[in-house]
Design a protein around this ligand. Sequence first.
Ligand code: NAD
Length: 539
Amino acid sequence: MSLETDSRPNNLAETSISDWWLSKLSDRVDSDGAETIDVRAPATDAVIGSIPDCTEADVERAVERARNAQSSWAETSVDERSKRIDRFGDLVLKHRAELLDCLQLETGKSRRHAVEEVLDVAFTCSYYADHAADALGDDRRRGVFPAATTARVTYEPVGVVGAISPWNYPLTLSLTDVLPALVAGNTVVLKPDEKTPYTALALAELLERAGLPDGCFEVVTGRGATVGPALIDRVDYVSFTGSTETGRAVAERAGRNLIGCSLELGGKNPLLVLDDADVETSARGAVQACFTNAGQLCLAAERLYVADAIYDEFLEAFVTATRRLTLGTGFDFADDVGSLIDGDQLERVETHVEDARDRGATVLTGGRRRPDVGPFCYEPTIMTDVDEDATAACEETFGPVVSVESVPDVATAIERANDSDYGLNASVWTGDRTRGAVVAREIDCGTVCVNDAYISGWAAVDAPMGGFGDSGLGRRHSPEGVRRYLESRTIATSRIGPLDALPRLPVSWYASGMFTLARVMHRLPTVSSVKRWLRDARS
Ligand code: NAD
């Protein structure tokens, strides 16, 4: 650590957070290791505190505490578990000022984007508190011979869930997978990114205050390469959010351990502006889609395809609205766009823009770092004529950089949108919502928002969220997001004893009787085929 860095102000004084508060949070981590990791404020690059660099033994103890707590948590009624999640949601809202400060301090994001995280958690708590029971109750299924046999499915928590979260949305992305795991009766060990541990530790504090018993939610801090694998080797399920590259390593390890995993990974998200779109509205939407959280959002748009007919008009409106964005690192609502997380991210963004420039791209606005605002600040950047082999055209930039291209028709826009290994989120802008829904069905992404950038898709917690292709595996949110944390058990009962040939009768009679029955059943309408027939008749 250089002297120059040490002497930089850490801007804690501007927040409701004190050194004491941060050290109290890091005391929550049970670590025997002597090593610590400095946590820096991206707004100044100054150290704001340090957290334990947990060892494998620390992870072992955290998982053991979670395992010891799990059975009594699972025996707590769903109603009671839901009530505590609800109470936690209230506490998050009550302590929003500290949480907003903490989020801004360790991510460098603007306050308006920190607000999205706090609101998201409040909505997500309400959803799981109200709906978890629906996903947890027994299901009656069809038995093989309906009158003679029954089948019922029961659901049990998998046990201890390991959650690994990234730095870009430390509040939302830690909790969105933790809450359904807890409400389903699992206990959780969370490994937050080493750049943003304090938000996760603040959550542990609030969950405890909401009445979560000891051991139900543990946090282990430290480096991904050591703590991540140690965690995956000990838990019963892992939910991972982060880059595609790390996601593959997580999946391989989970596979070796034969545990389930869900992977929420990167994206290179397209945004389509159709020829009937309102220019001002879609330009405003594109600004939000591209520059929220300085583009460090997995759902952010990085490729825009705009109908020829309105291309010039749209581009002018988009560039004008982007130039109006203010860049800053204040703890109030004055700034639109905040800092990038660190020097590596800044370098990645710069490299993508320079490479595109070298290959002939035109930078219409932005395209430069702003050390006068903050050490890692970079201007929102719009490029055209980006070569299709440029890094910015094919790799996720994860920064405030977008390329815009005109397309002659909707078919080309869809073809270009689908020309990617990723498939996380897309956005379609049109004056005709029905047309938007038709186009949405053609796009190979887990979420497609019509006339919205990403919030309507993300915040529809009752609908599954996840990625096609390299963007992930499995789904979060919705009943599916709860069911991933459950083992299902089918209980099948026969009312007529063993389903086998009757004693003393020739097996050949049994076989031909069963073949006849199979033929009859094959021809009889099933309940679902009658339902389908009635539905078709009505429409
Ligand atoms: P990353 O994969 O480097 O890190 C994510 C987490 O994994 C961190 O906690 C890190 O410490 C941990 N980790 C690192 N190495 C590990 C290993 N070997 N085993 C287990 N865990 C390990 O991700 P990042 O680059 O910091 O985050 C940005 C990426 O995350 C972008 O690609 C972005 O698109 C993606 N992301 C996806 C979503 C989504 O919901 N799909 C949300 C946010 C971010």
